[in-house]
Design a protein around this ligand. Structure first.
Ligand SMILES: [Zn+2]
Length: 126
């Protein structure tokens, strides 16, 4: 019985830590951070502009046959024929799980909102 209770406690601690994201939160994570920023600034993936398009080194095949679409906020590799939203991109580059990748992007979003608010407060006082 004691062992059973200890097991339940461990289960709750470990599984309770797993954050859940609402559909709205996931929508924000996929849309509010520009995909080019995720690739270039956040993940430091090699990138270049060619033919007027932002190209990045695909984390799956290491080819530059890629482009991004700011209107859908998706990145595409024509070689792998795969689309990446910001969460997919973090998972592919960091080889991390979905929850960890989403948590990481949410942290970025939270901090940038704090900074924006700080700047707005400074503006108001000036
Ligand atoms: Zn690829």
């Amino acid at each position: 019985m004691k062992l059973f209770l200890a097991t339940v406690k461990v289960f709750k601690e470990v599984c309770g830590m797993k954050k859940r994201f609402s559909a709205e939160e996931l929508r924000e994570l996929r849309n509010l951070i520009p995909i080019n920023t995720v690739i270039k600034e956040l993940l430091s993936v090699s990138s270049k502009i060619s033919d007027g398009h932002f190209r990045f080194l695909c984390p799956l095949c290491n080819e530059f046959q890629t482009s991004t679409n700011p209107s859908t906020n998706l990145a595409r590799c024509y070689h792998c024929e795969k689309n990446f939203n910001p969460i997919d991109m973090v998972m592919a580059v960091k080889a991390s799980q979905f929850i960890d990748s989403a948590t990481c992007l949410q942290e970025v979003l939270g901090r940038s909102r704090k900074i924006k608010k700080m700047l707005a407060d400074i503006d108001q006082r000036a």
